[in-house]
Design a protein around this ligand. Structure first.
Ligand SMILES: Cc1cc2nc3c(=O)[nH]c(=O)nc-3n(C[C@H](O)[C@H](O)[C@H](O)COP(=O)(O)O)c2cc1C
Length: 229
């Protein structure tokens, strides 16, 4: 293959989490193309642990309504089946997490302590941030940590393949907290664990929330080089 460095790097580097979408529909064929090319993701012993649901229109609205009803009722105890974050954050992860949180709220003009506004922003997760397409991904309960690693590669492929078509995405672990609500609505089997949701569509370029630029630590900060000099 002739290297196409610029195109590949541009697709990777231009991916960001979009939190406001235009309602413009995405053709089914385009979504299928994105998903099919993404199945080229590697997985241990080629197990391909991915499984999911592509929602638009009424099915998407029904899922959003069901979860929003529970979210708005503020019932406690909506825990993920498989924990994403540690119980206690520590450095350097704690600072990074805080920074992106405050940067997000800062972009939106939400000050510290404005909990209702923060909650309203979090709530938009359950509207897929206005995207025309919502995806929900699940994994078989009996699979192990390695399959979750494979899953991340599949999800990233989707996000990059979307960029290659001028589309944007956001991975949404927020949905996995509401697996009990999602299960009957989507008809998930008992074996399915909700890994993540994802919104897909055209970014609303005018939305302030999409101005957020997140930082990265350079690889020189976390990689040790051996044998190069
Ligand atoms: C698996 C996964 C789940 C995520 N879940 C959420 C989510 O539920 N809601 C949200 O607003 N952002 C979510 N994010 C987005 C992260 O906050 C974001 O990737 C990070 O801050 C870096 O920003 P960037 O994606 O714009 O580069 C998630 C990201 C990943 C990879």
């Amino acid at each position: 293959m002739m290297p196409d460095t610029a195109a590949v790097d541009r697709a990777i580097a231009s991916r960001r989490s979009v939190r406001a979408f235009l309602p413009t529909p995405v053709p089914r064929a385009t979504i299928a193309e994105i998903l099919d090319v993404s199945t080229r993701a590697p997985s241990g012993t080629n197990m391909q642990p991915w499984r999911g649901y592509v929602l638009t229109g009424t099915p998407k609205d029904d899922l959003c309504a069901a979860v929003l009803k529970v979210f708005d009722a503020e019932e406690p105890g909506h825990r993920q089946e498989v924990q994403y974050y540690p119980d206690e954050f520590f450095e350097p992860y704690l600072s990074r997490r805080r920074k992106v949180g405050w940067d997000l709220y800062g972009t939106l003009g939400i000050a510290r302590g404005e909990n209702a506004k923060m909650r309203a922003q979090h709530r938009r997760n359950f509207q897929f941030f206005g995207a025309p397409v919502g995806l929900v991904f699940t994994v078989h309960r009996r699979l192990a940590t390695g399959s979750w690693l494979d899953y991340g590669m599949f999800l990233e492929n989707i996000m990059i393949a979307a960029r290659g078509r001028g589309l944007d995405t956001i991975a949404q672990a927020a949905w996995s907290h509401y697996h009990k609500v999602i299960r009957p609505v989507l008809g998930l089997t008992e074996e399915e664990v909700v890994v993540s949701g994802m919104a897909l569509g055209l970014a609303d370029q005018d939305a302030i929330v999409n101005r957020l630029v997140t930082e990265r630590t350079g690889s020189d900060q976390f990689m040790s080089w051996r044998g190069f000099d």
